[in-house]
Ligand binder design. Structure first.
Ligand code: FPP
Length: 257
């Protein structure tokens, strides 16, 4: 890149976040519960139980590390294809978590938001999720976004459907559809995009998680299984994030210099 080009580049073209910035929103793909259990000769459910303990540690660490929004991939739209006993174990763990932990989350000013398809969920689960949202709505601390029965493609399809309905009903002109309109029709409307997506267990996949929202997220893949996740692992991911220069498709002051 020539210095002439560089001189034409104005401050407003520079990346909004330089290296060293802390992530406001961290999203986590909690993977590896089954392998953690298998490596110890334990049933998969034990891996999921330890996974819930890691989830508690993650919420606490997020709060302590100044993260404002934490999204956890708790049950994907595709997880229904697992054996019925495992689906039932995961549902039971969610029930337990919501019953046992909601009071403490509320006390800690955590604001719970659930994303994902609600239709078809067992009615008591739906009740627990709605209660968690209603009870914590006024809280001002960490926003805990629980992705449950969530799939990124399914979320985009629902948004498209609702946008099409608005156009059909004459409430929206097709020319008015832009990135902002689509974002406002997603389950994550009003939640900033994730700055950092962490996946544990060493798998290098996005698995239908926050497809739209993670367009400019930084990714950190940790080699440990989710039940082993702790504050030190969280800090390691944040350190990796803060060493990066985010460009959002643009250039930084250093580029081409
Ligand atoms: C991946 O492990 C994890 C999940 C299927 C979802 C995350 C679930 C928890 C943390 C426990 C449940 C908590 C709630 C609140 C529902 P895996 O089974 O895919 O691991 P594997 O790839 O090693 O088999």
């Amino acid at each position: 890149m020539s210095s002439t080009n560089l001189q034409k580049w104005t401050a407003s073209d520079l990346a909004p976040d330089g290296a060293g910035a802390a992530p406001r929103h961290v999203a986590i793909i909690m993977d590896g519960n089954g392998r953690w259990a298998a490596a110890r000769g334990l049933p998969r459910v034990e891996g999921h139980r330890r996974g819930v303990e890691a989830l508690r540690r993650a919420v606490r660490a997020a709060h302590e590390l100044g993260v404002r929004h934490l999204t956890l991939y708790s049950f994907s739209a595709e997880n229904w294809s697992r054996p019925v006993e495992e689906v039932s174990d995961l549902m039971n763990l969610l029930r337990l978590f919501m019953r046992r932990d909601l009071a403490e989350l509320h006390k800690g000013e955590v604001r719970v938001k659930v994303i994902g398809e609600r239709a078809g969920l067992p009615s008591d689960i739906l009740g627990l999720l709605e209660e968690a949202e209603a009870r914590t709505r006024g809280n001002s601390g960490l926003q805990l976004v629980v992705a449950f029965n969530y799939g990124g493609r399914q979320e985009i399809v629902s948004a498209v459907r609702r946008i099409a309905e608005a156009v059909r009903d004459g409430k929206l002109a097709p020319e008015a559809i832009d990135v902002g309109v689509v974002a406002d029709h997603l389950d994550t409307a009003n939640i900033p995009d994730p700055d950092l997506v962490i996946r544990t267990s060493g798998e290098l996949r996005i698995s239908n998680f926050l497809l739209w929202q993670s367009a400019y997220a930084e990714f950190v893949f940790l080699p440990l299984h989710w039940p082993d996740f702790d504050k030190a692992a969280f800090e390691e991911a944040l350190a990796s994030f803060s060493a990066r220069q985010r460009r959002y498709g643009g250039r930084t002051a250093r580029a081409g210099a």
